[in-house]
Design a protein around this ligand. Structure first.
Ligand code: PL4
Length: 401
């Protein structure tokens, strides 16, 4: 008989989002008349806009012609990689520093292959669960208790530090997972904070995995949209990003990672060369149809569509946040991000999740699901149809607290 991979056995429980889905289904089964509204999982709801969609359709049509047909394109269409460099990084990166993927989550999962089981890991706490669970699967973390996993340094991000971690806690030679605009808190790190992060990483021999999946929600022009706006970040930071939220591609699947050639391991080897080797070996490239859609999303018309879609969700966020604040619930986020982080001090966040579901028939995400420091908070997602968001807010105003 084959022994189970012990790293899988190290995972403490189910993945957070299926657990939320399970609790929703259980509630629905017990309350068949309830019209449940989800402000839980950050899943896009609005249709892909026409110009971007035409790119997808064109991409599909081309495949039935001799001239237009394409097969494997492992690292991604050169034209798309060039366009990503131009639109997001002012042309700073060559195409062989940009790798097209099937989404940021998938890249985050694969990236750990670069560092192996002996890597030390530091994460913002709370954080998107894939950083921690991916580290457990890679063997870099074991033995969960309610303070977290051994092998992972949790960097609390709470009201006390304005949701930016104390960088003195970052261990030397570690991989730092960092997300801005942050999921789940909605906090966005400013230039001074990200400069401190980059300098700490360089001085401590760390590599940052910077998740910029929500960068297109930033409206304040003083806030960095990419870690590479910070000097010397190309020496220590890998960035992952995605078309999921800005272009509505959660189901289409398209993202990218930037691995600058300047990043080296302690032995001087190239991280970029290894990433090329790994993606070439265990990934066969993103769908060519999705990439055609991605190209359309990044031309002049497509960028207007990204703006309009992200504006729509930010409009939802504003409605949710102002409703909660009128109820006397302190919140952050929602202004440059699609998540609102609501404070319930002294309460168990799973209890608040259950209370909101029972009283208002609204699904949220309990803060504790994102890490120990998420206890006492609940995340509201702004991804939803406007009518549902308005109805959810009416119910909160009428029935909660
Ligand atoms: C539920 C910080 C959502 N089943 O779509 P991708 O793979 O390009 O991006 C996923 C992703 C990457 N980075 C961050 C994210 O927040 C997300 C998506 N997170 C959420 O509600 O927190 C969707 C979660 C999905 C999942 O597990 O990712």
């Amino acid at each position: 008989m084959i022994r189970r991979n012990p790293f899988i056995a190290n995972l403490k429980a189910g993945y957070l989002f299926p657990e939320i889905g399970k609790r929703r289904r259980e509630f629905a089964a017990a309350n068949p008349d309830a019209k449940i509204i989800s402000l839980g999982v950050g899943n896009t709801t609005e249709p892909i806009l026409p110009h971007t969609n035409a790119g997808l359709v064109e991409g599909a049509k081309k495949l039935c012609t001799i001239e237009g047909y394409s097969g494997y394109q492992d690292e991604g269409l050169p034209k798309l990689r060039e366009k990503i460099s131009e639109v997001f990084y002012k042309g700073k990166f060559s195409i062989d520093e940009i790798f097209i993927s099937d989404g940021a989550k998938c890249d985050i999962g694969r990236l750990q292959t670069l560092f192996g089981a002996a890597a030390k890991i530091a994460v913002q706490d709370p954080s998107y669960p894939v950083y921690v669970d991916g580290s457990v699967l890679a063997g870099a973390a074991t033995g969960w208790d309610k303070t977290g996993y051994a092998g992972i340094t949790y960097l609390p991000c709470t009201e006390d530090n304005n949701f930016f971690p104390n960088l003195d806690l970052v261990p030397r030679d570690s991989i730092i997972y960092f997300c801005s605009p942050n999921n789940p808190t909605g906090a966005v790190s400013d230039r001074k904070q990200l400069t401190a992060l980059v300098e700490a990483a360089i001085s401590k021999g760390c590599i940052i995995v910077f998740d910029a999946a929500y960068s297109e929600f930033i409206r304040d022009p003083s806030l960095p949209k990419t870690i590479y706006e910070i000097d010397r970040a190309d020496l220590c930071a890998i960035e992952v990003n995605s078309f999921s939220k800005p272009a509505g591609f959660t189901g289409v699947r398209l993202g990218w990672s930037v691995v600058p050639k300047a990043i080296k391991y302690c032995g001087g080897e190239s991280v970029n060369a290894d990433w090329n080797r790994i993606t070439g070996t265990i990934f066969n490239g993103a769908s060519n149809i999705a990439q055609a859609g991605g190209l359309a999303a990044l031309d002049e018309e497509g960028l207007k569509e990204i703006r309009s879609l992200t504006d729509f969700y930010l409009g939802n966020a504003k409605i949710i946040r102002s409703t909660l604040e009128k109820l006397g619930i302190k919140c952050i986020g929602g202004d440059n991000s699609p998540y609102i982080w609501a404070f319930f001090p002294g309460k168990d966040s799973w209890d608040v999740f259950a209370e909101i579901l029972e009283k208002c028939h609204i699904v949220t995400t309990p803060g504790a699901g994102f890490g120990p420091a998420g206890q006492g908070y609940v995340r509201f997602s702004a991804f939803g149809h406007r009518a549902d968001v308005e109805e959810a807010c009416r119910r909160l105003a009428a029935g909660f607290i």
